[in-house]
Design a protein around this ligand. Structure first.
Ligand code: CP
Length: 332
């Protein structure tokens, strides 16, 4: 993981309102007012869509490309639907059948996509920092659809909208994150942003899945405010929001989840007994895809206070807001 590179590159991904293109790399460089404006726009799209079944097609004649070098279901599909609902074309770059398999470089692949007329590109890659690289070589807006363990900003917007729906605010809440914080881009964007809004965050995870002090300082300053524990009960006590994290087996450098998957699940999987400890208004979130029985039990995922499908639905509307935002140079 290249956190030193990311820290320097983050400065390049600050929303560039003065000069085009307008990239969307992570939320930590975005003013809180802009984040709230994006959430308002997403809620507006949701209301219009609910009422009329369509929204004003503000991106007519635009072409959005989804370049997913790593697997995805909900993010890729929601970018595609978001583009289409706004009147844009959507082209899905297929890695396996592309000329990258014949050795074409990533730089030349990206430049080819731009030369074919893409208006904006949503990128996902296993390498942290990939969107910053793409932004350097392209003249069109780049949207981060998930980069390695670093960030997943559009997922966080979906998660925040779901929290706003439940509590009407993003400040003063008690947030519990359970599981593999170290390798989770979902957790990094989510926790960093909620801390900035003034909510408190407790993370329950094994020692092997925590972020150390040096890592926190390099990744994002607000992370120094996280409360750490290895006790799930302690984390969820009085929590308003419990976010279960996917164990990111593919990103564990040893190739093995320590302390072993079964031991991990015994201690950190959210179970029905945990729900009984939650306040009646508390909600459970998971960004998906779920490792059932390891991140959380099926019963918890399907419980009344689970907002997992609401997160997916909100993902569509926040991506509509983000595509409009970048295609209109940072305006909504
Ligand atoms: N939450 C998320 O990024 O899911 P996908 O990998 O299915 O896009």
């Amino acid at each position: 993981m290249r956190y030193e590179i990311q820290t320097a590159q983050t400065e390049d991904m600050v929303l560039q309102k003065q000069s085009q293109p307008c990239h969307f790399g992570d939320l930590d460089s975005l003013p809180l007012g802009d984040i709230l404006a994006l959430l308002r726009k997403a809620a507006e799209f949701r209301a219009q869509f609910g009422e009329n079944g369509f929204v004003e097609p503000t991106l007519n004649h635009k072409c959005i490309v989804g370049a997913f070098f790593e697997n995805s279901t909900r993010t890729r599909m929601s970018f595609e639907l978001a583009a289409k609902h706004l009147g844009a074309e959507f082209v899905n770059f297929q890695t396996a059948t592309s000329s990258t398999a014949k050795g074409e470089s990533l730089r030349n692949t990206l430049r080819t996509i731009q030369a074919l007329g893409a208006s904006a590109i949503a990128v996902r890659h296993s390498a942290a920092g990939f969107p910053y690289f793409a932004a350097r070589v392209l003249d069109i807006p780049v949207v981060n659809a998930g980069d390695g363990s670093h960030a997943h900003p559009t997922q966080t917007l979906a998660d925040l909208l779901t929290i706003q729906d439940a509590f009407g605010k993003l400040d003063g809440l008690k947030i519990a994150c359970i599981g593999d914080f170290l390798h989770s881009r979902v957790a990094h964007s989510f926790v960093g942003t909620l801390l900035r809004f003034g909510s408190s965050v407790t993370v329950a995870s094994p020692a092997t899945m925590r972020a150390n002090r040096k890592y926190c300082a390099e990744l994002a300053e607000p992370f120094s405010q996280i409360q750490w524990t290895n006790d799930v009960n302690e984390a969820i006590e009085e929590a308003d929001v419990v976010m279960a994290l996917r164990i990111q087996s593919e990103r564990h450098q040893s190739g093995r989840v320590e302390p072993g998957m079964a031991a991990y699940a015994r201690k950190f999987a959210l179970k029905p007994a945990h729900l009984k400890l939650l306040a009646p208004r508390a909600i459970v979130q998971h960004a998906g895809p779920i490792n059932e029985g390891i991140d959380l039990s099926v019963a918890v995922a399907r419980a009344e206070n689970s907002k997992i499908e609401a997160q997916v639905q909100n993902g569509l509307f926040v991506r509509m807001a983000v595509l409009q935002y970048v295609c209109q140079g940072g305006e909504l």
